[in-house]
Design a protein around this ligand. Structure first.
Ligand code: ZN
Length: 151
């Protein structure tokens, strides 16, 4: 991108964009809710402040922006045209921090699922539901119903 801003200004602008534009995360939350799951949001007691947390199941889901978290997809590997060194260092730093948080979470006994921004549309269109259910286990409402209808 052509850029008249200093790296610090650009960073501020772009992080503000990200804070407002949380559509991928909301889409995933809606999907999980429709599937019958209940969860907590932005659980700051856990490393990396995971987006969606299932404390009893000891599972967390991150919905990661491809650019900010350096996904291996095209958008994730893109760098702004100016101040490339700054950006590379910043984004690689994000990625390293993500890795550290993942291993901390795993040490605490949490299983982690990362959903990338570029996968969200497909997952919400129905593909990936089974994978999520497999990861999370049966939704609460369903197990309750089964228990009630059992003889
Ligand atoms: Zn991606």
């Amino acid at each position: 991108m052509a850029d008249n801003l200093t790296p610090a200004e650009r960073s501020r602008v772009m992080s503000r964009v990200r804070a407002v534009d949380t559509r991928p995360e909301i889409a995933v939350r809606r999907l999980l809710h429709r599937m019958g799951y209940r969860y907590r949001l932005h659980y700051s007691e856990l490393p990396g402040n995971p987006d969606i947390v299932f404390p009893k199941r000891r599972k967390v889901v991150f919905v990661n922006g491809c650019f900010w978290h350096r996904h291996h997809c095209r958008n994730g590997q893109r760098l702004p045209r100016s101040h490339r060194r700054f950006w590379r260092r910043k984004l690689e730093g994000n990625k390293a921090r993500d890795q550290q948080n993942l291993s901390k979470l795993r040490k605490l006994g949490y299983a982690v699922r990362i959903i990338w921004e570029c996968e969200v549309a497909q997952i919400c269109a129905g593909q990936g539901r089974r994978d999520l259910r497999h990861f999370l286990g049966p939704p609460l409402s369903r197990t309750k119903k089964q228990r009630i209808s059992a003889p």
